[in-house]
Ligand binder design. Structure first.
Ligand code: PLP
Length: 385
């Protein structure tokens, strides 16, 4: 089968990535925590206003570290949406904890903050919210609930670098946050991530967990005369080549975001013109600014979605659906539990389809619009008939 002419995602060189990789090699440190890791972490702290950050080899790793830092142990519960990537839940299950899924909001598809309190039990340790499509969860309400019940608030900000909630960067609002630099994200180094730490009491332990449970960082800073095993941990850090590539991308975040937002807005204006029952576009609350990470359509039915995907594919355009809700997966049924109805998660997830969106999409955005509009116009005439 030939490759699609317009893929869903295409990674690109956007700045000095290759120069920085060359420079990292000349600096003769390819293992982690060298010059470029420091540059990336300083950039993240400066740009997001987070207290501290640690690069990791994935967002999955950062989530696993966050759950260790939240002291989640066997039988402890963590409230989260089911409409998320498997890593949000797996991080909890790996500690013997139980993900407790609640339904999402109809507008943003983020966890519904109004359902959190009823799901809290004496076993609840943390709340993990996901900023779907880089659009902020209702953080003020979540912070209030976490404070009132003494819970740790974790942001799964995998998709949300560069987005804000009430003018504050996503990732800087929970005790902890995890971002992703996977190839599909706005800013990438192939596989990569970062843990953002906003509670000063957690910084030193985070450094230890990331360095296989040793106090190696303190040793390098000259604070102890030898390093040793002091806590649980793993090897969560990336090598310098990835960090060097990542720094080249981070420096260009403004260009990347502006380009993606221009295409996102072009999609939005086009499809907003259709008045079709059951067709819906993304909603961005007025207190949020997003980073143009993902553009989706909600089609009237699951069958419409399957037909839309087939139509796009027949025209050489990849247009995938997104998460299969975790509560309906074999892993979710085995390791997690549900609190309350999942009606919105079920119905919205089966109608959602994503359109291609990447830095070098360029004029192909018009081709995607043309092919998608063909399908939507037919939907419209079938509703009239
Ligand atoms: C919400 C969410 N969390 C976590 C991840 C995992 O990110 P990574 O691939 O960097 O481990 C993803 C990946 O797409 C995601 O969408």
């Amino acid at each position: 089968m030939s490759a699609p002419s317009i893929p869903f995602n295409r990674p690109a060189i956007v700045g000095k990535e290759l120069d920085y990789i060359q420079d990292a090699i000349e600096r003769r440190q390819l293992s982690g925590d060298g010059y470029y890791t420091e540059q990336c972490q300083a950039w993240i702290n400066r740009t997001t206003g987070s207290l501290a950050s640690l690069l990791t080899h994935s967002c999955t790793a950062a989530l696993e570290m966050a759950v260790i830092l939240a002291d989640v142990g066997p039988g402890d519960e963590v409230i989260m949406p089911s409409y998320t990537f498997v890593s949000t839940a797996n991080a909890v299950v790996l500690r013997g904890g139980i993900p407790v899924f609640i339904d999402i909001r109809k507008d943003t598809l983020n966890m519904d903050e109004n359902l959190v309190e009823a799901a809290i039990t004496p076993k609840t340790k943390a709340i993990m919210t996901v900023h779907y499509a880089g659009v902020g969860s209702e953080m003020a309400a979540l912070q209030r609930i976490a404070d009132a019940h003494g819970l740790i608030l974790i942001e799964d900000a995998a998709q949300a670098l560069g987005s804000t909630y009430e003018d504050k960067s996503l990732g800087s609002l929970g005790h902890l946050a995890a971002v992703s630099f996977h190839e599909t994200k706005n800013i990438t180094c192939g596989e990569g991530g970062a843990l953002l730490i906003n509670d000063p009491a957690m910084i030193e332990r985070a450094e230890i967990i990331r360095e296989k449970g040793t106090n190696r960082k303190r040793f390098f800073r000259g604070q102890v005369d030898k390093y040793t095993w002091v806590d649980i941990g793993s090897s969560f850090l990336p090598g310098e080549l990835n960090a060097a590539f990542l720094f080249g991308q981070l420096e260009k975040v403004a260009d990347v975001t502006a380009t993606r937002l221009a295409d996102w807005n072009r999609y939005y204006e086009t499809f907003a013109a259709y008045q079709i029952e059951g067709l819906r576009l993304p909603v961005v609350p007025t207190n949020c600014e997003h980073n143009g990470h993902l553009f989706y359509l909600l089609l009237p039915t699951e069958t419409d979605r399957a037909e839309f995907i087939a139509h796009m594919k027949a025209n050489g355009i990849m247009s995938p659906f997104h998460y299969v809700p975790l509560h309906s997966s074999p892993g979710g049924q085995r390791f997690a539990r549900v609190h309350g109805s999942m009606a919105l998660t079920d119905s919205l997830s089966e109608r959602l389809v994503r359109l291609p969106l990447y830095f070098t999409l360029g004029q192909d955005v018009e081709r995607v619009i043309e092919v998608a509009s063909d399908f939507i116009a037919k939907l419209s005439s079938s509703q009239l008939s």
